[in-house]
Design a binder for this molecule. Structure first.
Ligand code: G1P
Length: 263
């Protein structure tokens, strides 16, 4: 499942930020491929006004495919056709108001049903080793049945931009989760990044949850309730994260991917 946070990139109405490309592939396509690599076969996109282009991206485009083939551009035609592998279903739900990440996830409740789910914030661009960050989360989820947070170390004042883990004594176990604390109040240097694996009770919690910081329904608050029941674990990111929510944050992964391709 892809839920969208509330960051802003220099995108226009016609071009949602999630469709901005890292060289030749939109951010949302990277996230979709990461989910599929984790064995997920149903992708739920929580979109909103001015984000219809995301739906179009995942639709097939026979006219373009045929036009490319007619010009002998078979490689590009295959790229257009194979946006997602066969058997992967896309569901689009709308978030009528931007009331935060917790609210965006709650919008997907009916589509998810009683299943567990993974949440990928497409504007957190991740490079990784192995099958991917979501695959790592899915593996830990299967082992313990607990909600999983993907985390990385952030030292210094930047920590206040993140949800921060209150660590438990046991390694990997999470005692709580504070959304964007002041740097001096941060309970650890473990910041949660935009990938989560959630147990289905998250929806019961979100449904009854009061508005949190920044006037939004915060996923972090719901996770905090699970953590109080010893039901949350953290998995350390095995890769690099780029926050595409700023101009520099968007340019860095482009350079990084270009370098990797050169090698
Ligand atoms: C969201 C989450 C926050 C997390 C961050 C990671 O915040 O609410 O807990 O640390 O994504 O990128 P946002 O940056 O969307 O405000």
């Amino acid at each position: 499942m892809a839920g969208f946070g509330t960051r802003f990139l220099p995108a226009t109405k016609a071009m949602p930020k999630e469709l901005l490309p890292i060289i030749d592939k939109p951010l949302i396509q990277f996230a979709a491929e990461e989910a599929v690599a984790a064995g997920i076969d149903t992708l739920i996109f929580v979109t909103g006004r001015n984000k219809r282009a995301i739906e179009d991206h995942f639709d097939n485009n026979q006219e373009l495919e045929m036009a490319l083939r007619a010009k002998g551009k078979d490689e590009q035609a295959i790229m257009v056709k194979n946006i997602l592998p066969a058997g992967v279903e896309c569901i689009f739900v709308r978030q009528p108001e931007q009331l935060g990440l917790g609210h965006a996830i709650a919008c997907a409740e009916r589509a998810v049903g009683n299943d567990s789910s993974a949440v990928l914030l497409a504007d957190d661009f991740l490079t990784y080793e192995g099958a991917g960050v979501t695959a790592d989360l899915a593996r830990s989820f299967k082992a313990s049945g607990k909600t999983q947070l993907s985390v990385m170390e952030v030292n210094g004042p930047e920590i206040s931009k993140y949800g921060v883990v209150v660590p438990n004594r046991k390694l990997g176990s999470v005692a709580g989760h504070l959304e964007k604390p002041k740097a001096e109040d941060a309970p650890s240097n473990l910041a949660s990044i935009g990938r989560y694996a959630l147990t289905p009770d998250i929806f019961d919690i979100l449904r009854n949850q009061p508005i949190g910081v920044e006037g939004e329904i915060q996923l972090a608050d719901a996770i905090n309730i699970q953590a109080a029941n010893n039901a949350v674990e953290a998995v350390t990111l095995n890769g690099r994260r780029f926050d595409c929510g700023s101009v520099q944050g968007y340019l860095d992964p482009i350079m990084h991917v270009a370098e990797r391709r050169k090698r």
